[in-house]
Ligand binder design. Structure first.
Ligand code: SAM
Ligand code: SF4
Length: 529
């Protein structure tokens, strides 16, 4: 939830709360050399090797060139020992996509010999895997960089890296080069597999290495991943072509590219073999899965149908775009089995006019029709959503439309945000006449409505027996275990720690707003029951 956003600054003229122009002052930069492999510059005494840099214009373009699928070896033998006896820390900001990228980065680092630590003083490499979705996510990263500067002064050999969505932004990279020259590596979302080479380059050259690709490139399979626990994320596609007017993701993550079904199925089968209990299929708009295949006709519904045949207890997915959610998918999900009863269906606003300005490509009525269809086909489905308040020009009436929609659908929970202008997106230059106080009040009212609906839904569970995947001890009480139902509700109950990682049946006897409490009724349940 964002609370500290400012009204939309006039980014074009630079009159807003932030003056971006100051990040582009390269008057003190000296070009040392330039060839087809990039350029070397010097800023304030620091030599910088720019292999490739972000370019907003190119990020916007959607080329027709084929995406290749490469099955390679990301860490060649000569780079495998580089991290022997050394340690890493990765700080991850943002969504599940970033969390999953961090698992890949950890996998690469471990193949290089690095081991993880939580102690900054012991770390030889610290990476910030960043999020660009809202301004406060970016502020947190720059705050963290400020702290790390002191560590770097004490320990000059420490390698500091910035990657993820912020690294895809021109203004962020330029700001780092100008003001945070102690950073050693900047790389983006499209070339994570290049990390071993970038580390080698930074270690040996002592230069700041920048390698950010503006075009998405190929799909790289077989990257190592360090997964923990009993739940795993699996990317089924990358990028987004929806271009909602407020959103930076299509620029930072590139065009939609689907992984081949055989690769996704093989990965999920392997996770089942390893004993994982749940997988979440990931994509910015999973419902567009397969639309880019030119040689086969295979949709997200087909993929979910194939998931049912894999012996893994639970399969989830996120995120759905209402526009592409079709009847085939609903009928596959209704078959149940290991496809759980949870649909995250971001609505963003309950007003058709605002949805139009957001370019969401569906109306309030169309969304509601879809939500009711899902509810009718999948009894006990948990419906969750994302909502933005204070979109430029949002009127009181339009906000009321959001409240009435929330109450009509009766969501189980929601991620709610105050609109945050993102440079380079169409909404950032729309006139924003909603005062911050009003936005904050709207957020509070919205959260109250979501809370009431969540509580009402939880009350309906009183006395029911639900299947729970036990995830660990509750945060505040070690005697209590915490887990999730198939519909993704948090459940607390008393039990032995040996149950962690198992599926158990719990009878609900007390409900709260954000979780439910119960008593275990059987020690474990069979897979897929
Ligand atoms: N692809 C997903 C979708 O369309 O629902 C979600 C992507 S985004 C990582 C998660 C959520 O962040 C969005 O659903 C939206 O509610 C919110 N968001 C994106 N851009 C935003 C912005 N500029 N200001 C506030 N919230 C934003
Ligand atoms: Fe952003 Fe819209 Fe794509 Fe979601 S669908 S990632 S909100 S552009």
């Amino acid at each position: 939830m964002t609370k500290d956003n400012q009204n939309s600054p006039d980014l074009k003229s630079g009159k807003g709360s932030k003056d971006y122009s100051k990040y582009f002052d390269f008057s003190d930069a000296k070009v040392l050399s330039e060839d087809e492999f990039g350029k070397r510059i010097r800023i304030k005494g620091r030599e910088i090797n720019i292999m490739s840099e972000p370019n907003h214009r190119q990020e916007k373009q959607r080329g027709k060139e084929d995406v290749q699928v490469l099955y390679g070896n990301a860490v060649p033998d000569e780079l495998r020992g580089i991290g022997e006896g050394k340690h890493y820390i990765i700080y991850t900001f943002g969504c599940q996509m970033n969390e999953h990228d961090t698992e890949t980065i950890k996998g690469l680092l471990e193949q290089m010999g690095y081991r993880s630590t939580e102690d900054r003083k012991v770390a030889d490499i610290i990476l910030l895997n960043t999020c660009a979705i809202r301004e406060n996510a970016e502020d947190k990263v720059f705050g963290e960089l400020g702290h790390l500067m002191h560590l770097k002064t004490e320990k000059p050999d420490l390698l500091l890296g910035v990657c993820g969505c912020m690294a895809q932004e021109e203004n962020v990279v330029n700001r780092i080069l100008q003001k945070h020259g102690f950073v050693d590596i900047i790389f983006g979302t499209h070339n994570i597999h290049r990390l071993p080479f970038l580390i080698k380059e930074a270690l040996f050259s002592k230069e700041l290495v920048v390698d950010v690709w503006s075009k998405e490139g190929d799909i790289i399979e077989n990257l190592p991943k360090k997964r923990e626990g009993m739940k795993a994320w699996v990317n089924i596609m990358y990028g987004c072509d929806k271009f909602c007017t407020y959103c930076i993701v299509p620029f930072t993550r590139g065009k939609e590219r689907s992984r081949r079904p055989e690769d996704v199925i093989a990965e999920v089968r392997d996770l089942a073999r390893q004993g994982f209990k749940e997988v979440t299929l990931l994509g910015q708009n999973v419902n567009a899965y397969g639309k880019d295949f030119t040689d086969i006709t295979y949709s997200f519904g087909d993929l979910m149908d194939d998931m049912r045949l894999i012996d893994i207890p639970r399969v989830r997915f996120t995120t759905s775009h209402p526009r592409d959610f079709d009847d085939q998918l609903i009928s596959v999900l209704a078959k149940g089995g290991n496809l759980v009863e949870h649909v995250h269906l971001p609505v963003q606003s309950g007003s058709t006019e605002v949805l139009k300005k957001m370019s969401r490509k569906y109306s309030r009525d169309r969304y509601m029709e879809l939500a009711y269809k899902i509810k009718a086909a999948i009894p006990n489905v948990g419906l969750t959503t994302d909502i933005i308040v204070g979109f430029p020009g949002e009127t009181d009436e339009q906000f009321e439309d959001t409240i009435t929609l929330v109450n009509a659908i009766g969501y189980d929970s929601a991620y709610t945000f105050i609109y945050s202008p993102r440079e380079g997106t169409p909404a950032a230059i729309m006139e924003d006449n909603v005062p911050m106080e009003v936005k904050k009040e709207r957020l509070q009212r919205l959260n109250k409505a979501i809370e009431e609906n969540s509580r009402m839904n939880n009350e309906k569970m009183q006395g029911k027996i639900v299947e729970v995947l036990v995830e660990g001890e509750s945060k505040n009480n070690e005697a209590v275990l915490a887990g999730r139902t198939r519909s993704n509700k948090l459940v607390h109950f008393e039990g032995s720690k040996d149950l962690v990682g198992m599926l158990v049946n719990v009878e609900i006897n007390e409900v709260k707003t954000w979780y439910i409490k119960g008593e275990i009724v059987t020690e474990s349940v069979a897979v897929n029951s």
